[in-house]
Design a protein around this ligand. Structure first.
Ligand SMILES: [Zn+2]
Length: 289
């Protein structure tokens, strides 16, 4: 055993490329075409699309906060449970922040078309299970619709969506109750993903308080609700963020993604059922009642 270990160390020292060649990157863009084939094999055709956005994040966090955070969590999860991770994607729903500098809000039609063509292209390359990992609140209005409309026409792949994940209760305690955007939680997460980009001393430059400028029952939805409550695109207080909370939040998110990858890998029913459904949908009149 001891002897074998020495031989291994000597081998590795003599040829460092031996080890690096055996470890496949989880990054789509880092793989060679040949390694991509091996990666699809290794992942069982399970690929992830971490979905961010470009929008203001209070007075103290970077515009790409959601993109940076979701990629951090997804890439770390993929290291634990292998899956191929698609490159930077931030073409989501963010009309509500168009009044703030740096927001990139693509049109409704383009958002849906681009996402469909992206998942289609992923599938054409062997990703028969596409897990979209959402990192941005505004995409929660887009992704369920996108996923549901996968039944519009037949696909030879399945789209799964992991929406925003709440950390389980009972962990690291939080100091604030209102915390929807660039507040305690998100600022803490960014302290883990990219601490160099957090300007904590500016977190109180603006108020993240609820302006409560609309009074409608909860059941009545209207798009301007967010602007009515948080016109500076800031909800909560980022100044109380801590690295400890960030670690807890990030770890919980990674755990949820790992759990989702494993569930998706184990799921052999969805595609079968989709195929059965589309076959019947071609001739509903013959469907047995
Ligand atoms: Zn955010």
């Amino acid at each position: 055993m001891y002897k074998a270990l020495i031989v291994l160390i000597v081998l590795c020292a003599a040829s460092p490329r031996v080890l690096s060649q055996t470890k496949l990157s989880v990054h789509w863009e880092e793989l060679t075409a040949k390694d991509f084939q091996a990666a699809i094999q290794k992942s069982g055709g399970t690929c992830m699309l971490p979905f961010g956005i470009l929008e203001k994040h209070g007075p103290h966090l970077p515009i790409g906060t959601d993109l940076l955070d979701v990629r951090y969590a997804t890439l770390h999860a993929a290291e634990q449970e292998y899956a191929v991770v698609f490159p930077e994607y931030y073409f989501g729903q963010i009309f509500e922040a168009q009044h703030e500098p740096g927001t990139v809000a693509y049109s409704r039609g383009l958002m849906l078309t681009l996402l469909q063509e992206t998942t289609d292209e992923m599938a054409r390359n062997g990703c028969k299970k596409v897990l979209i990992v959402n990192g941005h609140g505004g995409n929660e209005s887009l992704l369920p619709f996108f996923a549901q409309t996968q039944l519009e026409e037949a696909h030879d792949y399945v789209v799964y969506v992991l929406g925003l994940v709440e950390a389980p209760a009972g962990g690291q305690p939080k100091k604030t109750t209102l915390d929807m955007h660039a507040g305690e939680k998100e600022t803490s997460r960014m302290m883990i993903a990219r601490p160099d980009l957090v300007q904590l001393d500016h977190a109180k430059d603006e108020s993240g308080g609820d302006q409560k400028r609309l009074s409608l029952p909860d059941e009545v939805y209207t798009a301007i609700w967010w602007y009515a409550r948080f016109p500076d695109h800031y909800s909560g207080d980022g100044s109380v963020a801590t690295k400890e909370l960030g670690q807890y939040e990030m770890k919980s998110w990674e755990d949820a993604i790992v759990k989702a990858i494993r569930a998706v890998k184990a799921d052999n029913e969805s595609l079968k059922l989709q195929n059965e459904f589309f076959e019947k949908a071609k001739h509903p009149i013959d469907t047995k009642q």
